[in-house]
Design a protein around this ligand. Structure first.
Ligand code: URA
Length: 209
């Protein structure tokens, strides 16, 4: 079974509270999401391997350690996932970015792909899939299914807020994918919104409400 990591660093929790606040305007919301994404990138990369590298300081040689040539990929699920990409790239500037667009078919209620553009070597990369609001888990599961069909094997899922239902669904469908979350909320409402959550993440990021 995959692990669920709650990123409960005080800075993340502080910023998340203002992200949730309905009085937070679009500009501040976007900046706060960006900052939390950077802080979560720090947590999600905690265990990436290092290799030795010798450099000379002005005083003498030192055996340092650097990240060992990992090939990383950041895959936002459109559209709300876009809000966390730049914050992650601040710490992982060499990562490639792929996009997955999904909408929910009104009849079947199943996620349908409408846009997919991935790095050509995606299957060789360690991937961070971004789905800020893990509600039913339907979109995250569909995105993970798609990446596995393309032979991707090393995948982590990053979310801001999750409902317990969404976590359970992803863990059942993808027990190899660890989930990094800033908060687990109470439940879903009848419209699939996370309660208390933060409302519609895409609308709040892009000012479309
Ligand atoms: N997507 C959102 O943006 N918010 C929710 O609460 C659930 C899904």
């Amino acid at each position: 079974m995959s692990k669920v990591y709650i990123c409960d660093h005080p800075l993340i929790q502080h910023k998340l509270t203002f992200i949730r606040d309905e009085r937070t305007n679009t500009k501040d919301f976007r900046e706060l999401v960006d900052e939390v994404a950077t802080l979560m990138a720090y947590e999600i990369t905690r265990n990436i391997p290092l290799e030795k590298m010798e450099v000379n300081t002005p005083v003498g040689p030192v055996q340092g350690r650097v990240i060992s040539g990992r090939m990383l990929g950041v895959i936002p699920i459109l559209r709300a996932g876009l809000g966390m990409v730049d914050g992650i790239l601040k710490l992982l500037p060499a990562a490639k970015v792929g996009h997955i667009g999904l909408y929910r078919d009104p009849e079947t209620l199943k996620p349908v792909e409408y846009y997919v553009k991935l790095p050509t070597d995606v299957q060789e990369r360690e991937l961070i899939v971004i789905d800020p609001m893990l509600a039913t888990g339907g979109s995250a599961i569909a995105a993970l299914d798609l990446l596995k069909r393309k032979n991707c094997t090393q995948i982590k899922l990053m979310c801001l807020i999750a409902a317990p239902e969404g976590i359970r669904a992803v863990q059942e469908a993808h027990p190899d994918v660890d989930i990094y979350i800033a908060a687990i909320d109470e439940k879903l409402d009848d419209h699939g919104y996370i309660v208390p959550g933060l409302g519609d993440a895409g609308d709040r990021l892009f000012g479309t409400k």
